[in-house]
Ligand binder design. Structure first.
Ligand code: AMP
Ligand code: ZN
Length: 469
């Protein structure tokens, strides 16, 4: 049976009881632009979305989850050109890094990862209809959406239509706009850029239309939940609403959820301040993926999260307490004939779920976990555990971990025990052997890695590896 869940809807800015429209919850989350490694701010948002999805499933909902991969925009085009490789080869490389990173952080995979470049036909169809109805117009530079014809523009962000002066020109790329508030649905291609043929001329889609097209393709015209970071609210999501609703005449998204930003040492993360971290930067400095997951997870998604050395250490200490507790329970004796934990197990689960049901109040859920630890420790100290209590305690921990995905130390310890540098070195040696057609050496290395629990996958963009049990 599905349990009650309240979520804070950015549309309307209040908590609402969540109910899916159809049998399965339809969830769309804005994915990465694959021009570089994702940074830990991005992962804060992706971990919030992971928590949301796990909570929905924990509460008995079936979920179908789509995350797009933005593999065409100004940045991807520019970087591919700089490296002298095709856009496809360039973005595939960063897409596979992205998948490695989400696995490293224990983020459950989405059901679909559609790529923008593979859905341009859908985008052309939507833009075609918007042109037909006159809500879009072709002009110098591309096709634009006429915001003045969509009166409810601003419903999500609260941005007032007249707060930006009509006629003012900002972006030299979009000089054909009738009104500064209009946004590009289609951009005329510049020389040497990837382009697609459309009835109104060749070019490429604007960023916003990608998400509308892929959301509708995989999840239908009206979906339950759409997520992203707060920076997506305006203009990205506002524009998605305008173009989708103008196209279908139906509500596009029922619940909009946005996570606040991650900041570093109290400041915005930026390359110029030198506080810009990718996951890989942090791992190279000896930070542990499990601790990072805990840290990114443990702050409520609508609060800013300040990443500091201190907050990292606090997360590590919290996990240490949880691990020590599990070891202690493992070693404890079940001295009594009757259970000593029945009552607290039920109460803890109830408190944990109640907090999650209140717009994913993770701080309170974790407080329930730590109260449980304290209470069980007192029982072990004073009277000892009862028959089958260990199993009850561990199944309670597993119950929490379905949602948190961070408590099972064995899973994470095994991964940590492998020497990443050594793995990379062996892969390099194997690739060298393959290049020299020394396949027997290459196979020996592959087998050696397999024994370490590492399996390899050779892809057009290089050899990928992952750890298996
Ligand atoms: P992008 O790759 O820039 O399209 O971003 C992917 C996701 O990360 C989007 O949902 C952004 O809103 C989110 N995001 C970007 N920067 C941060 C940050 N500092 N903290 C949290 N989320 C972020
Ligand atoms: Zn998007």
């Amino acid at each position: 049976m599905e349990r009650k869940l309240f979520l804070f809807n950015t549309l309307g800015r209040k908590k609402e009881l969540f109910k899916p429209l159809r049998e399965k919850v339809t969830l769309y989350t804005c994915g990465p632009t694959v021009y570089d490694f994702a940074h830990i701010g991005n992962f804060r948002t992706f971990i919030f979305e992971d928590l949301l999805k796990r909570t929905l499933r924990h509460f008995g909902f079936d979920v179908v989850h789509v995350m797009n991969i933005t593999d065409i925009d100004d940045k991807t085009i520019k970087r591919a050109k700089e490296e002298g490789v095709s856009l496809k080869a360039y973005t595939e490389k960063y897409t596979s890094y992205f998948f490695e990173d989400i696995e490293t952080l224990g983020i459950e995979k989405a059901d679909y990862y559609p790529k923008a470049t593979e859905h341009v036909e859908d985008m052309i169809r939507i833009i075609g209809k918007l042109l037909e109805t006159g809500i879009a117009y072709k002009s110098e530079g591309g096709v634009f959406f006429r915001i003045a014809k969509f009166p409810s523009y601003g419903q999500l962000s609260g941005v007032k239509l007249d707060s930006v002066k009509a006629g003012e020109r900002v972006d030299h790329d979009e000089y054909g706009k009738e009104d500064v508030r209009d946004f590009a649905l289609w951009k005329e291609s510049k020389v040497g850029e990837p382009s697609w043929d459309a009835p109104w001329g060749s070019g490429r889609p604007g960023w916003h239309i990608e998400c509308s097209a892929m959301s509708m393709r995989y999840l239908g015209e009206t979906i339950d939940i759409h997520c992203g970071g707060v920076d997506n609210i305006f203009p990205h999501h506002e524009n998605e609403i305008a173009q989708s609703e103008a196209y279908t005449g139906k509500k596009f998204v029922r619940f909009w959820l946005h996570s606040e930003h991650l900041i570093v040492d109290g400041q915005k993360m930026s390359k110029s301040l030198g506080n810009f971290f990718t996951l890989r930067d942090l791992l190279a400095r000896g930070k542990k993926p499990r601790v990072l997951r805990y840290l990114l997870l443990s702050c409520h998604y609508r609060q800013k999260l300040n990443y500091t050395e201190q907050s990292y250490n606090a997360a590590e200490a919290a996990l240490q307490r949880i691990d020590d507790f599990q070891i202690r329970v493992q070693d404890a004796l079940e001295k009594n004939t009757i259970s000593k934990v029945d009552n607290i197990v039920d109460k803890t689960k109830e408190d944990f779920d109640k907090a999650l049901a209140d717009d994913l109040n993770i701080a309170r859920s974790l407080a329930a976990l730590f109260t449980f630890i304290k209470d069980v420790n007192t029982i072990i100290d004073k009277e000892g555990l009862g028959k089958n209590d260990k199993e009850k305690i561990f199944s309670t921990i597993s119950y929490f971990d379905r949602v948190l995905g961070v408590l099972d130390r064995f899973r994470w310890q095994k991964e940590l025990a492998i020497d990443r540098e050594m793995v990379e070195k062996l892969i390099e040696e194997r690739n060298l052997a393959r290049a020299k057609k020394d396949y027997s050496k290459a196979d020996t290395i592959r087998n050696r890695l397999r024994e370490m629990g590492v399996i390899l996958e050779d892809t057009p963009s290089g050899t990928r590896w992952k750890f298996v049990e």
